[in-house]
Design a protein around this ligand. Sequence first.
Ligand SMILES: C[S@@+](CC[C@H](N)C(=O)[O-])C[C@H]1O[C@@H](n2cnc3c(N)ncnc32)[C@H](O)[C@@H]1O
Length: 245
Amino acid sequence: MSLIYFPIMVLTVLVYVLMPRSVVARLQEANRRKEIAARLKAMDQFVNKGERVLDFGAGRGDFLKHVARDFSVDIIGIDIIDYTDDDVEVLMFDGDRIPLPDKSVDVGMAAFVLHHIVDQERAMAELVRVCRSRIIIFEDTFFTPWQWVFVAWNDYYANIIMGSVRAWKSLGKFTIAKMPMPLTFRSVRGWSAFFGGYGLTTRSVQVRHNAIKPMSKVTFVLEVAPQTATVEPASKPAEPVPAMA
Ligand SMILES: C[S@@+](CC[C@H](N)C(=O)[O-])C[C@H]1O[C@@H](n2cnc3c(N)ncnc32)[C@H](O)[C@@H]1O
């Protein structure tokens, strides 16, 4: 049944290519606003006014702007590719060591970033090193092997195909095509086991099921214990293989 989404998504791309730029911009911004509103709601009780927040893999930087405004926080965005909106500053780094001192931010966020990273262990150890209180992870997830296939396809669709359409319509930068796509997704249980390996305490797990597509998103709010500031994972984290949650 959900095979129907593949031709629908291909058709959507064709329609987007043919539509005037202003209509594409409006449709994409409407979708983006909905997504950002859902993220802000999920993290609502877990960020305090005046805190210092890191947006790891900030991308366009639009989410960062909303977080700064809605929570009145001091925010810094970093990424490995520059495709920011023109009025947002996101610091470029090598993707290995976060260019911040130990325990220098209160909250670290990684929104749909970890599944773009092969060495997730290194990225997580770096987040734990620089964060003193909480880490908020937004991720795509799956509950069946078929959903893994759909989530993987959707990752290409949303980032590479739609990113190229945006660039072609002069709504974004073509650099998006450089985004690493290792498809390192995990089930909710897989992510929990992975985070547990860093001594992080899970404060909240919120799953959002897509109303139309066979895919889900999950938000983890993790608490950093002071003694885990610079340690490597205690045990080897679970492999990111498709599995029932
Ligand atoms: C799907 S985008 C999400 C962007 C943004 N967080 C958002 O929610 O719109 C994934 C981002 O991860 C970034 N990324 C990939 N590898 C990274 C790494 N090793 N360190 C930091 N960011 C990375 C990509 O450049 C891209 O901006």
